[in-house]
Design a protein around this ligand. Structure first.
Ligand code: NAP
Length: 239
């Protein structure tokens, strides 16, 4: 069986990605602060006849990313790597500090760069790498300077990586979700702001984790071998 590694694989969007990948792959589910949630998901996948392991590791550190790949490679040739790690706060530009800038870049950008590096070294020929950005990278909403900057950086880095790994037939793409109905969204964003975001796309609703996972799976499919360095909007038609 071929393997897949999902950083943030038990999160809101990540768990939908892990469940779908598990239909055809042995999946390594990355987590950090909530390992129990990842273990529950792994059990669910195993009970449905799939293969899943949990790797507790900080995706913003060298050691954590390398160990995650080590664990994933034990499952078989690593065909898919998906990066679903990220998060935001709402600092005004006037409130930025060295600490808040570093924290946002570390979580959203450094983890993505380390994942790209390790995937470039270790994903199997013909493999698929997908990273989650955010509509914020393009919309640049007020009070999201660090998050938007980090995700824009992630998109640029993915496009560079796509060029460097193309000779092995590996593709690197980005999915850019809009507001998606996860715990993180509800924990960080007021109901009024969520309602406004849900009304701002063509579909007039929040995205679901499965909506976004569908776009990720499209880019992981055998049919997507000619699509690389792309940024795919999964926003329900925000533009
Ligand atoms: N929800 C939205 O509206 C939305 C919109 C646009 C883009 N996105 C992007 O989509 C991705 C997933 O978002 P989500 O809503 O599903 O959030 P989420 O549920 O909080 O998922 C984030 C995941 O990242 C993991 N994680 C956080 N820090 C980590 C670290 N240092 N090392 C390893 N893992 C770490 C978390 O695992 P633990 O809980 O185990 O720590 C969690 O599984 C993020 O990149 C986010 O920026 C989300």
């Amino acid at each position: 069986m071929v393997g897949a590694l999902v950083f943030g694989g038990a999160g809101g969007i990540g768990s939908a990605v892990s469940r779908r990948l598990a239909r055809e792959h042995a999946v390594a589910i990355g987590c950090l602060r909530r390992p129990e949630r990842a273990r529950t998901l792994a059990r669910e996948i195993q009970e449905a006849g799939g293969t899943a392991v949990v790797v507790e590791a900080d995706a913003s550190t060298d050691a954590g990313v390398v160990r995650s790949f080590d664990v994933a490679e034990e499952l078989g040739p690593l065909r898919v790597v998906v990066h679903c790690v990220g998060g935001w706060d709402f600092p005004r530009i006037t409130e930025l500090s060295e600490e808040s800038i570093d924290a946002a870049l570390r979580l959203n950008l450094r983890s993505a760069l380390l994942t790209l590096r390790e995937a470039a070294r270790r994903v199997a020929d013909g493999g698929r790498v997908v990273l989650l950005s955010s509509a914020a990278a393009e919309v640049a909403p007020a009070r999201q300077s660090t998050y938007a900057a980090a995700k824009a950086g992630l998109e640029a880095a993915a496009r560079v990586a796509a060029k460097e790994v193309a000779k092995r037939g590996v593709t690197v793409n980005v999915v850019r979700p809009g507001a998606t109905d996860t715990e993180l969204l509800h924990a960080t964003t007021s109901p009024r702001a969520i309602e406004a975001m849900a009304g701002s796309n063509a579909m007039k609703r929040l995205g679901t984790p499965d909506d976004v996972a569908g776009a990720v799976m499209m880019l992981c499919s055998d049919d997507s071998g000619w699509v690389t360095g792309a940024v795919v909007d999964a926003t329900g038609g925000l533009r």
